[in-house]
Design a protein. Sequence first.
Length: 105
Amino acid sequence: MLLTTTPTVEGHPIQQYLGVVSSETIIGANAIRDFMAGVRDFFGGRSGAYEDVLRQAKETALQELAQRAQQLGANAVVGIDLDYETVGASGSMLMVTASGTAARI
């Protein structure tokens, strides 16, 4: 399965558009991550724990997107858009949404 943010794939004409596909992933952050992120925020620096959570959420959303496209008979998803939001009462959860157009190339 080819996944791309571009609307076309050079050298591979799109034979058929099969529809819009989307996926959502919500991952909660735990208290230890929150505490360590607060310390890093105070002193400066990157939060490796949150970066790992972001990567994991993105990969999960893209995997689900590919599965949904494959169910439609697609071998590619073009024009992928990724969005990141915090949700929950205190913004303690991360939501990643992915959407694109399932296509056969």
